[in-house]
Unconditional design. Sequence first.
Length: 276
Amino acid sequence: MSGEHKVAWLCEALMGSRSGYYDWQRRRRKPGPRQAENLHLRERIKAAFKQSRESYGSPRLAQALGCSGSHNRIARLMRQDRICARRRSKFRVATTDSRHGGPIAPNRLQSLKAERPDQVWVTDATCVLTGQGWLYVVAVLDVFTRRVLGWSMNRHLDAQVMIDALQMALRRRRPKPGLIVHSDRGVQYASAAYRLVQADHCLLASMSRKGNCYDNAYIESFWSSLKYEVVWHRKFATTDNARTALFDYIESFYNQTRLHSSLGYVSPITFESQLN
């Protein structure tokens, strides 16, 4: 049976016309305006998702693409292309040793809301597993802008690695006296060496309640993003490999590019620039 006869037989069996069949074929071959728009949007989604280091879900992708009111459409197209942001893990290694006899600062954040940059900084430590053992990472973050102002990394978790991160932030910002620096009750933050740096720069120490990570929620949120977006899906053969990846994430992506919902979907540095 020839192709023409097959079409005629098929149309007769389905009680349709040959002209209707050929019209359907033409519409299949040539996408309509909405289909063409979706094809273009799908390519933009793929590019933006890659640029986000495969970390953005549909709400952030919608903002990144300038389609803030279309995140359901973005989500549907992501499902079609099997694009899915990485899932977060709840695994956490404890880095706080609060069993010490050092002084404990009052919690100054319980009834305080940051209203400007360099009013409240928060600091904490986490660790990243490498083929050479643990790499400890310390960060200092501004509560108002969410920018990581200081950081340090070392294979040993002592007071000096905390001091290095704080001093980087101090060099960058040169804050006025009275800045609150909040931490957990770790022995490093209660050490004489760390408290001396705070005193030299007229900083006000603040510490979380014992065993309450929610008192330091801003820095915990940053650690969650860092682990989710750069650590959990990778294996680092050496501590140098990890240092390079973490430096790139903090300085090139998190501070410069990553969209923060709490900042109106702009990056910390963009948010800072809008304040001036």
